[in-house]
Design a binder for this molecule. Structure first.
Ligand SMILES: Cc1ncc(COP(=O)(O)O)c(C=O)c1O
Length: 401
């Protein structure tokens, strides 16, 4: 069943109690829970408390959620494995590849979360060269990254939307170049999946790692890793356990041992290990149902329109919006400030530090990243909230004069 976003905005918003307390613009940190997600979690906890847990039902739900995630990004469920967070998924790809001295990896260090940098630096011990390609005013240096590839480039990694300044990467272009070069294209989707439309086939993405607490409106402690079938079947996971193994019988018990000659499960399923994060699975079942009912193309267009309005409004008020006028780089994140200045607790601009405190004091939840004020949105936000933030900002600036 489809749920039309524009026609049902207030009904969708009412599923998020946070909207009655705050203007919540901190999806980049984590999402607030919706009532059906909380209800799914409560039901799971009640089952735990009353001894009603039925393992077969939990496994069924786990597979349903795998199917939902596959539908979300347009892949086959066999191409999806469970992780505990984005960082683990990235490391799972890194450690399953057979690295040789002289191989190289390409990355833009300024735009990646540190959790997508250290793992590659760690490969230097195997003689792998880590090629840093520097950002262009906060934009992913797509052409320079492509130009930096050669026949020894085994992997190129980029975030789909950077955590700061929050611009979209042209994934399709990078993906096409990587596929032509035989280079693995690994995407950190932490800031985008669930809120920005993602089609791994169309974007030529080989692997994508994400956690459920942001765009997927779920909990901390669970994530997904997509690996394209042809790549996954060449990889050898660093960790394996019973669920990595194909017993030739779907009903085999989780404690069965099939012998020392084992066969891996299909594609990314070989990365599954032991029991899953069932509370987070139950939460994701409810949150993904909502997202899929609405549709990610619709969500993407909606949040981008909110972000565009907010960015234009800040510019009219004379604030330095990162990236200038909204354009193809605009997704659900708007950042304000001088990119590259300040840290996660303050900018080098006293007006912006004051505005940050003023907005928080007036119940606008936002964050500060890399010296920028970061505003990030999802389906529970609306145009009235954008007007509230712009109104508060106008008032704050006016009071300074
Ligand atoms: C782009 C990006 N990558 C990775 C991470 C780390 O995510 P996780 O804690 O799920 O590993 C974050 C966290 O905010 C992020 O924004």
């Amino acid at each position: 069943m489809n749920l039309n976003l524009e026609a049902n905005l207030s009904q969708i918003r009412s599923l998020f109690p946070v909207t009655r307390e705050l203007v919540y613009l901190d999806l980049g940190g984590r999402a607030p829970l919706a009532t059906p997600v909380r209800a799914a979690l409560d039901a799971y906890l009640d089952d735990c408390m009353y001894g009603r847990i039925d393992k077969s039902v939990l496994f069924e739900t786990t597979e349903k959620v795998r199917d939902q995630f596959a539908a979300l990004i347009n892949c086959h469920p066999d191409e999806v494995t469970y992780t505990k967070n984005t960082s683990e998924g990235l490391n799972m790809v890194c450690t399953a590849m057979q690295w040789r001295s002289g191989d190289n990896v390409i990355i833009c260090p300024e735009l990646e979360h540190p959790n997508n940098i250290y793992l590659w630096l760690n490969l230097r011990q195997h003689g792998v060269e880590v090629r840093f390609v520097h950002h262009e005013n906060g934009f992913m240096p797509v052409d320079a990254m492509i130009a930096a590839m050669d026949e020894r480039t085994r992997l190129l990694t980029a975030s789909s939307i950077s955590f700061s300044p929050g611009f979209r990467t042209d994934l399709e272009k990078v993906g096409r170049a990587c596929r032509a070069n035989g280079t693995v294209f690994l995407v950190d989707g932490a800031q985008s999946v669930g809120v920005s439309h993602t089609d791994v086939k169309q974007m030529n993405i080989d692997a994508l790692s994400v956690s459920t607490q942001k765009g997927m409106l779920g909990l901390y402690g669970m994530g997904f890793l997509y690996i394209r079938r042809e790549l996954a079947e060449k990889l050898r996971p660093a960790y394996i356990a019973r669920f990595s193994i194909d017993m030739g019988n779907a009903d085999a018990h989780e404690s069965d041992f099939g012998g020392s000659d084992f066969k891996f499960m299909a594609a990314a399923r070989r990365f599954d290990l032991g029991n899953y994060n069932f509370p987070a699975v139950c939460a994701a079942h409810a949150s993904l149902e909502l997202i899929l009912k609405i549709g990610t193309k619709e969500i993407d267009a909606y949040v981008t329109s909110l972000a565009t309005k907010l960015a234009d409004g800040f510019t009219e008020l004379g604030l330095p919006v990162c990236g200038g006028a909204p354009g193809p780089h605009t997704g659900q994140i708007v950042t304000v400030g001088q990119y590259g200045s300040g840290g996660d607790s303050g900018t080098n601009d006293e007006l912006l530090n004051g505005l940050y405190r003023y907005l928080l004091a007036n119940k606008v939840k936002l964050s500060m990243r890399r010296g920028l004020l970061r505003f990030s949105m999802h389906i529970y936000n609306n145009m009235d909230e954008i007007k509230v933030v712009l109104g508060l900002t106008r008032k704050y600036i006016g009071e300074l004069k």
